[in-house]
Design a protein around this ligand. Structure first.
Ligand SMILES: NC(=O)c1ccc[n+]([C@@H]2O[C@H](COP(=O)([O-])OP(=O)(O)OC[C@H]3O[C@@H](n4cnc5c(N)ncnc54)[C@H](OP(=O)(O)O)[C@@H]3O)[C@@H](O)[C@H]2O)c1
Length: 249
């Protein structure tokens, strides 16, 4: 593989069978140097080592997306690398279905911190760097992972939906502000359950009850992100919703 000339950063990289890791592999397959940012060293290193074993190039960045100083330190590394940042994807998220009266103030606030505030921290760091690199970057995209809760507050998902819907509005606002400056800001609504390690390890029976192709495949999800990134700037999509063919909506 030839040495990548530009880079991508994925915020929220976890297990191999997850959206964050899959985005890293697909960015590498498209010739980008990958910065895999996550809060668990072993997980991000497993991803970057596997990318390098396949002939790609990748750097693990240990940071909690809710910690401004840690994200700034990670961006100092991205900037020092010298390759223009072409793509940033904010994928960090958590979920915890719970009856509304059982949601503690601490859980509510922590969910919002990871889902929404982290997106704000990541977006500011990304936009500052991208604006400085506009002469050298061939194209620039800043994309976000949404969920059903971005659009609808289902019973038992109050904290999650509050965070995801707020993130969606922030993304719309920055898309309108930075689109005219040449940065494609997009949001992908994943409207269904993901066939990945997070769900498999916690809700295996529910996942199986969905039947064949009843949950979103992580490769197909990553394809949707790269379809947005690869769009010509005369035909940009701001928001894309994706769901399994048999999912009700
Ligand atoms: N799973 C679903 O069915 C589903 C459905 C619709 C939408 N989504 C959304 O899709 C995205 C990906 O979900 P996924 O289940 O496939 O997970 P994933 O991409 O495999 O993992 C996301 C990673 O984000 C990391 N993360 C969480 N909090 C963080 C923080 N404060 N700082 C840095 N990293 C942090 C976690 O790291 P650790 O593993 O180290 O904790 C986790 O592994 C999320 O935004 C989620 O809300 C998921």
């Amino acid at each position: 593989m030839t040495k990548p000339a530009t880079s991508a950063v994925i915020f929220g990289v976890g297990p191999r069978q997850g959206v964050g890791a899959e985005l890293c592999f697909q960015a590498s397959a498209r010739g980008l140097h990958v910065f895999a940012l996550g809060r668990t060293q072993e997980k991000i290193e497993a991803v970057t080592k596997a990318i390098e074993a396949e002939g790609g190039s990748a750097t693990p960045l240990l940071a909690d997306v809710t910690n401004v100083k840690q994200v700034e330190a990670a961006f100092a590394q991205i900037e020092a690398d010298g390759r223009p940042l072409e793509l940033a994807i904010y994928n960090a998220g958590n979920n915890r279905p719970e009856a509304f009266l059982d949601v503690t103030p601490e859980v509510f606030e922590e969910m919002w911190r990871v889902i929404c505030f982290g997106g704000f921290v990541a977006a500011q760091a990304t936009l500052r760097l991208m604006l400085n690199q506009q002469d050298s970057a061939p194209k620039q995209s800043l994309l976000f992972t949404g969920a059903s809760g971005s659009l609808r507050g289902k019973a038992g998902f109050s904290a999650f939906a509050a965070g995801k819907s707020a993130l969606r509005m922030m993304v719309q606002s920055i898309a309108r502000e930075y689109g005219p400056q040449g940065i494609h800001v997009g949001h992908v609504v994943i409207d269904g359950m993901i066939e990945g390690e997070k769900v498999r390890s916690q809700w295996s029976d529910y996942l199986d009850s969905k039947g064949e192709d009843g949950a979103l495949n992580i490769r197909a999800i990553a394809d949707a992100f790269f379809a947005l990134h690869e769009q010509h700037r005369t035909a940009w999509t701001q928001e894309l919703d994706i769901r399994p063919f048999k999912e009700e909506f």
